[in-house]
Design a protein around this ligand. Structure first.
Ligand SMILES: [Zn+2]
Length: 234
């Protein structure tokens, strides 16, 4: 037959497993959230490059149209130059032409740097495209592993709660309520005596209590912290 202390120790073991699993159970949803965020960031990064690329391409097209209209204007100036009558008019037209040519050069520089940007973004987009699917898959795999782990923990907790009920039912009600009381207050309700010290509160146990515990003369508690005392022969 199990002694009181053996049953209490069994209960404590179950309680420690339960609290460990509960901590894990709390952690996992946060880990899943972090993974989901990682995936979102990946998608966001890709979308940003894609948007930047589209913007740069649109701007480049816009600039090319600008050049087109500048060239049209130069064509018109060219035609006007042939019909010009006064020297003043002639000079004014040439000035305008030179200004437009300068603007064309500026826009051409802009187009050149936009082309470089487009190339760079295309490269980045391609590189990311290659890794993104694989990374997303890996993250999804990790998420489903975590979800499975959570299910496992819930199952284990259910089993432990059942086991706990069974063990608790075999403990004298008075001892059980004392166990719960001390456990709720101190975290653990049973402490091993090491030499003459309670390993729960690390205070010295009176010699009389100590020798009774060592001899196994009934269930005693630490006078300082209230934990059940347990002697483990070395
Ligand atoms: Zn103690």
């Amino acid at each position: 037959m199990d002694t009181d202390i053996q049953l209490l120790l069994e209960l404590q073991e179950i309680d420690q497993q339960i609290s460990k699993l509960k901590k894990l159970k709390e952690q996992i949803p946060q880990e899943i959230e972090a993974l989901k965020k990682q995936k979102e960031e990946l998608i966001f990064r890709f979308e940003k490059i894609h948007t930047d690329l589209k913007k740069a391409e649109a701007l480049k097209r816009e600039k090319e149209l600008d050049i087109q209209s500048y060239e049209d204007r130069i064509q018109k100036i060219q035609e006007a130059l042939e019909r010009v009558r006064t020297n003043e008019e002639y000079k004014a037209l040439l000035r305008e032409k030179a200004q437009i040519e300068e603007m064309i050069m500026e826009v051409e520089d802009e187009i050149l740097s936009l082309m470089e940007e487009v190339e760079k973004l295309k490269e980045e987009e391609q590189k990311l495209q290659q890794i993104i699917d694989k990374e997303k898959e890996e993250i999804d795999k990790k998420i489903s592993e975590k979800e499975k782990e959570l299910e496992n923990i819930e199952q284990q907790l259910k089993e432990l709660e059942e086991k706990r009920k069974d063990v608790a039912s075999r403990i004298k009600p008075q001892l059980l309520s004392r166990y719960e009381l001390v456990k709720n207050k101190k975290g653990t309700a049973i402490a091993i005596i090491d030499s003459d010290t309670c390993t729960g509160c690390f205070l010295i146990i009176p010699p009389k209590v100590y020798s009774s515990v060592v001899k196994g003369e009934g269930l005693l508690t630490c006078p300082h912290c209230g934990r059940f005392l347990y002697y483990q022969p070395k």
